[in-house]
Every structure is written in structure tokens, then in C-alpha cells.
Design a protein. Structure first.
Length: 144
């Protein structure tokens, strides 16, 4: 399960700068300058700890995979970079085992899973979709 400390530990270990920046078009953004990465967080758009956790987890996926895109490039697909960052986040923090544990605790609805993981519903939905649609995991079956 993702913790904010995971974000800061990764950034410190990998020399990723964390920069508070009001005025980002999104709550978070990751940029690269040659081999250096920086994650910008717009705290004017991050109104809860749950949203902060979701933004940090997602941006960490961008930094860890290098899944970035130029805003002006007609050749790089934004959705491809987003998918890679979401996939990495699911594989690292919202794992099959974590979902199985949540289901075993009685979580069935998306909002219950979001509360269990303390993550935004859209982020949990993307991770669940990754496991069920992309990896073919059937959470109705007993783990093998």
C-alpha cells in the first residue's frame, strides 16, 4: 500500500527534486532535464491528503519509468505515458495482493476500496482495471 513516505524516500534515494509550485495546470507534474527529474506539486489544487497520496503515487510512476511526453509533440502520445505511470503504480503499490486483502476485509464497492487504500477513487479504479482487464486477474477466484 502506498504511503507518502514511499514518495519522499524514492525521491531522496533517486535525487528527484520535489518543488511546490502554485500555477501548475494539474495538481502534479513531472519533468526531466537530461538525467535529472523534478516533481512539481500545486498545493492550491491538492485539497486533501487522499488526493495528495494519489498525485504523489502517480507522479512517482512517471519518474520511476521515465514515462514523460512533450506537450507539443505530435509523435508522443500522452495516454501512453499516463498508462505506463499508472501501471507502475499498480504494480508497486496497488498490487493484486493488496486488492485481495481489501476484498477479504469486506470491501466490495469502489468507494470502499478508495477508503481502504486512502487513495482517490479514479486511481483505485485505474489500478483495478489494470489488474482485471490488462492482466486478466479474476478477484472472484481464490488466489493460486
Amino acid at each position: 500500500m502506498f504511503e507518502i513516505s514511499d514518495f519522499y524516500d524514492y525521491c531522496k534515494a533517486n535525487q528527484v527534486d520535489i518543488i511546490p509550485y502554485a500555477g501548475c495546470p494539474q495538481p502534479g507534474a513531472t519533468i526531466r532535464d537530461q538525467q535529472y527529474y523534478a516533481i512539481f506539486l500545486d498545493f492550491t489544487k491538492i485539497r486533501s491528503t487522499r488526493l495528495l497520496r494519489g498525485v504523489c503515487c502517480h507522479e512517482l510512476g512517471h519518474a520511476a519509468t521515465g514515462a514523460l511526453h512533450k506537450l507539443s509533440s505530435p509523435y508522443e502520445l500522452v495516454e501512453r505515458s499516463e498508462h505506463r505511470a499508472n501501471r507502475w503504480s499498480a504494480e508497486q503499490f496497488l498490487t493484486q495482493e493488496e486488492f485481495r486483502t481489501a476484498f477479504a476485509c469486506g470491501c466490495r464497492e469502489l468507494w470502499e476500496l478508495a477508503e481502504y487504500f486512502d487513495m482517490p477513487e479514479p486511481d483505485v479504479a485505474k489500478a483495478l482495471n489494470f489488474w482485471t482487464q490488462c492482466r486478466g486477474v479474476d478477484f472472484n477466484r481464490i488466489a493460486e
